[in-house]
Design a protein around this ligand. Structure first.
Ligand code: ZN
Length: 168
């Protein structure tokens, strides 16, 4: 999934959960970090595993009894990272459960509507996997932005900013 959506979706959620603008910005920036694996000439690597971020969740739970506010920040950090993993897993193959599952996983979710002689709703959810290749890339080309992504991101960010400004 493209960076603008990785940023704007958590930004939208955090703004509606009541986080202020600096927190929304910083937490949403964290959601971009899993893609920084490209600087190591790999992509959708271990940084795209739900399990890698579990220590942050455990920390949030540990801190909860001492300081709820800080615990919620850790929970938000966990959500930021894993939102990236979830979005990429819905859009393609990632090492979502590495190191427990060494294969790359992808979740496909479609909801079709059939018209014609009959009408029916056809939900399709499937989990597929493929063998992970540890190859380092020499060149890497990825879809950085699309018209759809930019429009959706703009709407989400504008709605968030409207909410944040209205509250302050
Ligand atoms: Zn990614």
């Amino acid at each position: 999934m493209e960076p603008s959506l990785h940023f704007s979706i958590p930004f939208f959620i955090f703004s509606f959960l009541g986080f202020n603008l600096p927190y929304c910005f910083l937490l949403s920036f964290l959601a971009l970090l899993p893609d920084f694996d490209v600087f190591f000439k790999v992509h959708r690597s271990a940084t795209h595993s739900f399990l890698v971020y579990l220590p942050i969740l455990f920390l949030a739970l540990l801190i909860y009894s001492f300081n709820v506010q800080i615990s919620l920040v850790f929970l938000a950090v966990y959500f930021s990272f894993t939102s990236h993993v979830l979005l990429d897993t819905l859009g393609g193959y990632t090492l979502a459960l590495w190191p427990m599952v060494k294969d790359e996983l992808s979740i496909s979710f479609n909801f079709n509507i059939k018209f014609g002689s009959s009408f029916s709703l056809i939900p399709k959810v499937s989990l597929s996997k493929k063998k992970h290749t540890r190859a380092y890339f020499k060149e890497f080309e990825v879809r950085f932005a699309t018209g759809e992504g930019l429009i959706i991101s703009s709407i989400l960010l504008l709605a968030s900013l409207f909410k944040l400004i209205k509250l302050s």
